[in-house]
Design a protein around this ligand. Structure first.
Ligand SMILES: Nc1ncnc2c1ncn2[C@@H]1O[C@H](COP(=O)(O)OP(=O)(O)O)[C@@H](O)[C@H]1O
Ligand SMILES: CC(=O)OP(=O)(O)O
Ligand SMILES: [Mg+2]
Length: 401
């Protein structure tokens, strides 16, 4: 069964085509800067040079049309016809309380995703554009939605409620939802396999640190707490997002700087975090380089980033009354050894002992980077949200047969 996975951002489409009979990746790629006359399409097929094309791509429908054309093209293609795509798996960021599992997409599901737009104004509208475009171009295929929020629907109420008047939850569903659930779930399963222990017996803390960053406490294979909240702005310090701040700062800054609510929201989402503190970059590679070169602001940003991650790990060890393993994943977690080292260096009270050599010289694939004596294991596990979405899509399509 061939499954196409689509992850639509506000100005991008990430895609990956799988042959699910053997979980082979046939092709994958990225359309960037949608809405401009200089959109960039990068298309990769195993063992071939990548295709890079600049073109005017005005919306997601046009972008997806280009992708499908490349997939059936004589040179760049891997399919005879788009009819071969049996199913499409869509990443949907906010499922609200409506979805605790992946679902096959029908008119009711589209309506429910639409109803959650208010809760994720940056993420859900492009996700919906992707669904509309894919259903238009691939009407024969089954379409499945896999939600970032679904894995976190197991959190207890005392973890997901805010200490606000109850009416806000009753009327508007103001609560913690949590995100990156597909990734947290995937790496927790991989961790259990690596440790050769049943997932149901483990207390895990998973740190998904990429552009967006979140930390999740996982007990018995279930999410019991997570650092992102009603929106993906809460929690850890990120590339461009501030994470936790005193909420009273918002009206204070609005008054002092004469900013609108929209401007402060944009400041917190796009101009804060690593870029806001360092003034250098939102990219951890440049922050690490800057730190080595003696840039004080870059070093401060890195200290803040790792200090806050460490505090959250401590909090989740407390909330689960212990932890068996800490997992690092996503762009920063998988690649930045300095971030892992600084985060772990004051976790000795928990019994964490990092193997510095292993941490610095990491082979590919899932790895243990703690010493054999370490009471708490530290793991690096490459995430694969696309594979997880493809598996979910196949499972749902087959269960409907
Ligand atoms: N070698 C590296 N060292 C440090 N950071 C890295 C490295 N490679 C990638 N990153 C970081 O990973 C981030 C992207 O993570 P990723 O999980 O791909 O994000 P997203 O899926 O949210 O776009 C980049 O912004 C960069 O900061
Ligand atoms: C939910 C979220 O923050 O996603 P991303 O990390 O892809 O921005
Ligand atoms: Mg990501």
């Amino acid at each position: 069964m061939k499954v196409l996975v689509i992850n639509c951002g506000s100005s991008s489409i990430k895609y990956e085509l799988f042959d699910m009979d053997r979980e082979d990746v046939l092709a994958k790629g990225l359309v960037e800067r949608i809405g401009s006359d200089r959109s960039i399409l990068t298309h990769r097929v195993t063992d071939r040079e990548p295709w890079v094309e600049t073109a005017e791509i005005l919306d997601h429908r046009q972008g997806l049309n280009k992708v499908l054309a490349l997939l059936v093209d004589r040179e760049s293609g891997v399919l005879q016809s788009v009819e071969e795509v049996a199913a499409v798996g869509h990443r949907v960021v906010h499922g609200g309380e409506s979805f605790s599992e992946s679902v096959r997409i029908d008119a009711d599901v589209v309506r429910a995703i639409q109803e959650n737009v208010d809760l994720a104004p940056l993420h859900n509208p492009p996700n919906l554009s992707g669904i509309h475009a894919a259903r238009h171009h691939l009407p024969h295929a089954e379409h499945v939605a896999v939600f970032d929020t679904a894995f976190h629907q197991t959190m207890p109420d005392y973890a997901y409620l805010y200490a606000l008047p109850r009416v806000l939850y009753n009327k508007h569903k103001v609560r913690r939802y949590g995100f990156h659930g597909t990734s947290h779930q995937y790496v927790s399963q991989q961790a259990a396999a690596l440790l050769e222990q049943p997932l149901e017996t483990l207390k895990l803390i998973s740190c998904h640190i990429g552009n967006g960053a979140s930390c999740t406490a996982i007990q018995d294979g279930k999410s019991v707490d997570t650092s992102m909240g009603m929106t993906p702005l809460e929690g850890l310090m990120m590339g461009t997002r501030c994470g936790d701040i005193d909420p009273a700062i918002v009206p204070f800054v609005m008054a002092k700087e004469e900013l609108t609510l929209g401007e402060v929201t944009s400041m917190m989402n796009k101009h804060s975090g690593l870029i806001g503190v360092s003034g250098l970059s939102s990219d951890m590679r440049e922050i690490v380089e800057g730190t080595f070169e003696g840039n004080k602001q870059a070093k401060l940003a890195l200290q803040m980033y790792t200090y806050r991650l460490r505090k959250t790990i401590g909090a989740y060890a407390a909330s689960m009354d212990g932890v068996d393993a800490i997992i690092f994943t996503a762009g920063v977690g998988e690649n930045a050894s300095l971030v892992r080292e600084w985060t772990c260096r004051a976790l000795t009270y928990l019994g964490v002992e990092l193997d510095k050599e292993k941490n610095a010289h990491l082979p590919r694939g899932p790895q243990v980077i703690s010493t054999p004596e370490s009471k708490v294991k530290v793991l690096v596990i490459p995430t694969d949200e696309e594979l997880m979405i493809a598996r979910e899509t196949k499972r749902l399509v087959e269960s409907a047969l």
